[in-house]
Ligand binder design. Structure first.
Ligand code: ZN
Length: 122
């Protein structure tokens, strides 16, 4: 189990695998947060205690962005649409990652909703 934890340690998540790839999105929220996202299903992840995070929801209210209630670091997002299982964890919260060995993929969430390094859709 790989651990991702906020600066103060109050909000910590468990992931099944270390990332080999992460997404940097240029949408209005992601570019401000500066997160590098890795995606899992809800079942694969051990979530932080609910009271350890605060939620930010905006726009079409599809996603809930969680941040630590104490230190304010963004930890993850989850879909508010119950039919969608996919969630994202901010891989910058994983200690000791060798980022030179991880493919960081630019995602155009601001406009085309495509990866900018190839033609793949999400
Ligand atoms: Zn914290």
């Amino acid at each position: 189990m790989i651990q991702a934890k906020c600066h103060c340690g109050a909000a910590s998540l468990g992931l099944p695998t270390a990332p080999t790839e992460a997404t940097e999105c240029n949408c209005s929220i992601c570019r401000r947060i500066g997160a590098r996202w890795v995606y899992f299903t809800r079942q694969e992840v051990t979530l932080p205690a609910p009271q350890s995070t605060q939620v930010y929801v905006w726009g079409d209210r599809m996603l809930a962005f969680h941040r630590c209630r104490s230190c304010g670091v963004t930890t993850h997002w989850q879909s508010l649409d119950g039919s969608r299982d996919r969630m994202a964890i901010n891989a910058r919260l994983i200690d000791g990652l060798d980022w030179s060995a991880i493919r960081v993929r630019p995602f155009d969430g601001a406009d085309t909703w495509k990866y900018l390094d190839e033609d793949d859709a999400v």
